[in-house]
Design a protein around this ligand. Structure first.
Ligand code: GLA
Length: 739
């Protein structure tokens, strides 16, 4: 017998519940391109039956001969080989558990999770205090909640949400202590996935400061592999994202199982292949030093994991993430608005400015038709270097030569909006704030604290410190007409502890810090709805979905070199929508790598991102350069509506060492194609770039040449790419549909 619930004909998603002889209750979540099937065994285990391409008759997966069981003797199950949906701990499944607990009263470490019930929930129920994907209308999404219980009163609710017209599956876990004694959580994964085939490759993003988002791919080994952060932020080194792909998977072909965590702190992604070649793939909070006590009646919510299955390679995976994150994770008045073209003062003048210099810069920016003038670090306390004043958010009027309001109004009079840099989470030992409240810094009491960039981190696990920060930032934001804030964070957590709760573990404090930070951010973005917030952590050190919920764009990297940015932005675009990437044209020789590239190439790379601007001394440009920049800005303004809503297709480069991408209108009526060369190589045959994402049955006119192409020609033969015979040359072609 089979019954179907939440399956409307006009929707592309459905959740079906049915039962068979072997599995009294089964669940089938279907999206346009995926099926996710689970079944409850007769002894109450929640078994994972399928995740992958759609299956029409999911009940067939539950035939006895399809059973993924390995009974040793009748009635005896080798739990270690059973594909479990969410494995408990301390029992016969010896693979990495999804949850691990301890009952301090008797030392018991068992979580024997058995199915209790389920609920179908319209839309997507929201949780308190954590960033999350949301719906605007209930009918956009459907949620399944499955409840598992341990006899001692531990209740685990697994949430699965699917969206109409999307191949994303959003998972999270809620643990409640319904028992009578305290329980300590040591590990709680947001999602666990047992896949039957381990012949996969792991794709992830690794990096360092000024070299973020490098894509790495390697076979999954017969051991435990992990991608993680213990830095107190998602970090430069690893991003909270990984994908398992079939060998040979490329942009448009091959299977992909991807997972991304909506969280900005310590995370953990693991693959583990068991002795039977089965693969367990988990994602969630890092269990490093983590312990969280749940008293009777208390509950704990994991961050959300967003899974995407694609049978059409990495391109479909990326665009699934882009659409969801741009439209249903980012929020606020700037979500759908193309962003202003900005000039940021950092690489132009660093800490070395005064009123005259700033106004001189601002005038030059206004002449170039810049729309937003951003004053970066160095405007507060007595900060002329990175050695002091974080925490003293009082404008340095001596240096500025006026109040912040007067400066902002001067900028406004030049026809530009005014923006400001802050690094609220930090405190310099040389600051009035630290002198007044040394116990407000994260530190293990009675231990020395490591300084990094001569600064410490404020203890945002404390409510009083959160409240102080909300007040301090509100005063700054109210003190002048401020339209944009760059919210920076420039060091890792070390010696993690709190003077307010010295007994708590580093892992717990690090998570409480994130909850505190999210509270601060939620309050401020709600209180200042018109400010455009950009997050930053020494570039892309906290470029993650968690931050995107509060701040719709992020500074992608402190490396602004156009050629290094190809890998950085290309890797970032694997998960994150280009609309969220901040990308600037900076001076040459480039300040990070010393490379000289043309203004054209710098522009061609920077317009990939929705946060477009310049970060150089505009007064130092030659007249010829000024002319180019003005033209660039005008072109960008004309195109930004299209660019902001366009879909990104990473293209197969026409030759080694090249990078090519297309920005395609969702209705396929227009596309901009960019191709950039790294090193020039002599003796080259003509280059052909095959496009992707366009309509085969449309005709397109290339604007600069007036040539007409059929969609099939562009897709299957490609367009001839002509580049200057030089290193770092680039070309951008604009195609519009021929009506
Ligand atoms: C960080 C940021 C930079 C700049 C400096 C200022 O490194 O990533 O863009 O704002 O701080 O100190």
């Amino acid at each position: 017998m089979r019954y179907i619930i939440l399956n409307r004909r006009d929707l592309t998603m459905s959740i079906q519940i049915f039962h068979t002889d072997l599995y009294p209750t089964c669940f089938h979540l279907q999206t346009p391109g995926s099926s996710y099937v689970m079944g409850v065994s007769q002894d109450g285990l929640l078994i994972h039956l399928h995740y992958g391409a759609p299956v029409a008759q999911a009940e067939n997966l539950t035939r006895a001969e399809n059973s993924p069981w390995f009974p040793a003797k009748p009635g005896e199950t080798l739990l270690d080989h059973v594909p479990l949906e969410y494995s408990g701990s301390g029992m016969a499944d010896l693979r990495p558990a999804a949850i691990s607990v301890e009952w301090p009263e008797d030392g018991d470490n068992i979580a024997d999770l058995r199915y209790q019930d389920y609920a179908l929930l319209p839309g997507k129920p929201q949780m308190e205090g954590l960033p999350q994907v949301y719906t605007e209308k209930e009918e956009e999404a459907q949620t399944l909640r499955i409840t598992l219980c341990d006899a001692k009163g531990l209740q685990v609710d697994l949430f699965y949400t699917i969206f109409d017209n999307s191949d994303a599956l959003i998972r999270r876990t809620r643990v409640s202590n319904k028992g009578t004694s305290p329980v300590v959580l040591h590990r709680i994964m947001s999602s666990a996935l047992d896949l039957p085939d381990s012949r996969m490759e792991l794709v992830h993003l690794h990096g360092a400061w000024a070299r973020e988002f490098n894509e790495e791919r390697m076979p999954v080994g017969h051991f435990r592999q992990c991608i993680s952060s213990t830095k107190g932020a998602s970090g430069h080194q690893h991003n909270p994202f990984a994908a398992l792909v079939t060998p040979g998977c490329n942009e448009s072909a091959g299977e992909v199982y991807a997972a991304s965590l909506v969280y900005s702190g310590n995370f953990l992604i693991e693959t583990d292949v068991d002795a039977m070649d089965q693969l367990r793939f988990t994602i969630g909070l890092n269990d490093w030093c983590f312990s969280w006590q749940l008293l009777p009646g208390e509950e704990f919510c994991s961050p959300e994991a967003v899974l995407v299955y694609s049978a059409q390679g990495l391109g479909h995976m990326s665009r699934t993430y882009h659409r969801l994150y741009q439209n249903r994770l980012c929020r606020g008045s700037w979500r759908d608005r193309p962003r202003p073209v900005l000039l940021n003062t950092w690489e132009g003048v660093y800490f070395d400015f005064n009123r005259d210099k700033l106004l001189h810069l601002a005038k030059a920016a206004a002449e170039q038709e810049i729309e937003l003038f951003v004053l970066d670090d160095g405007w507060f306390g007595h900060r002329d270097s990175d050695n002091s004043s974080l925490g003293d958010w009082i404008p340095n009027e001596k240096k500025l030569g006026c109040t912040l309001r007067e400066l902002a109004e001067d900028v406004n009079r030049l026809g530009m909006k005014f923006g400001l840099w802050v690094e609220p989470e930090m405190v310099s030992p040389d600051s009035d704030l630290y002198r007044a409240h040394p116990d407000w810094a994260l530190c293990r009491p009675n231990r020395p604290a490591t300084l990094a960039r001569t600064q410490l981190i404020l203890d945002l696990s404390r409510t009083d410190v959160q409240d102080y920060l909300i007040d301090a930032m509100s005063s700054v934001f109210e003190s002048a007409p401020i339209d944009y804030i760059k919210w920076d964070m420039n060091r890792n957590m070390t010696e993690i502890g709190s003077f307010a709760s010295p007994e708590k573990s580093a892992g717990e404090i690090a998570h409480r810090y994130m909850l505190g930070l999210y509270r601060v951010m939620e309050t401020l973005v709600t209180r200042f709805p018109d400010i455009l917030f950009e997050s930053c952590a020494s570039g892309g050190g906290r470029f993650d979905p968690g931050m995107m919920y509060y701040m719709p764009q992020a500074w992608t990297s402190d490396d602004s070199d156009a050629i290094q940015r190809l890998d950085i932005q290309g890797g970032c675009s694997l998960v994150y929508p280009p609309s969220c990437m901040s990308c600037h044209v900076s001076a040459v020789p480039n300040h990070q790598v010393g490379r000289v590239t043309s203004l054209d190439t710098r522009w061609n790379v920077a317009v990939m991102g929705g946060g477009f601007g310049y970060e150089l001394n505009m007064t130092a440009l030659s007249d010829e350069e000024k002319e180019i920049v003005r033209k660039q800005i005008r072109t960008y303004k004309e195109d930004r509506g299209f660019l902001f809503t366009s879909e990104l297709y990473r293209l197969e480069a026409p030759a080694d060492g090249m990078f090519a991408y297309a920005q395609v209108a969702p209705d396929k009526s227009r596309l901009a194609v960019t191709c950039i060369r790294r090193m020039f190589r002599a003796q080259r045959a003509p280059l052909w770039l095959r496009l992707n994402g366009i309509a085969p049955d449309k005709q397109y006119v290339e604007k600069s040449s007036g040539e007409v192409y059929s969609g099939t020609e562009l897709l299957n033969r490609g367009v001839r790419i002509v580049l200057d015979d030089a290193d770092f040359s680039s070309v951008r072609l604009d195609f519009v549909e021929k009506k």
